[in-house]
Design a binder for this molecule. Sequence first.
Ligand code: CMP
Length: 140
Amino acid sequence: MALERTLSIIKPDATRRNLTGAINAKLEGAGLRIVAQRRVRLTTAQAEAFYAVHRERPFFRDLVTFMVSGPVVAQVLEGENAVARNREVMGATNPANAAPGTIRKEFAESIEANSVHGSDSAENAAIEIAFFFSALDIVG
Ligand code: CMP
């Protein structure tokens, strides 16, 4: 097993409902350490750049509008197999399909307002972490 880092975002539906602490407790309970964290209000250009991979998807415009609708909390999570472990504790993208006890099952409002984002691979994690943080911001 490898010590990994992954990028997590607590989305506007969750910050609006004051769920940052509850979500952090789930992450820490899953054995992930929050080694960097910042609350930011994304601009439209920043949200478009972050989700550029989804640019051609039918939900892209709505997703960008949602992601700029309130503050988000970007985080670097560290732990053994952090990418997979975070995806496990997040649950399926659509909360209707998420397993009991997962963040999305307990907190998500819809497939779009699904409370959290997590990197889908170690390769994308490195790209996504660099989008929000510099090396000096990450304190392991
Ligand atoms: P996330 O893991 O942040 O990656 C892309 C986001 O697009 C996803 O979570 C959802 O919030 C959003 N989204 C909205 N509609 C869909 C859809 N039909 N399929 C996948 N993702 C969707």
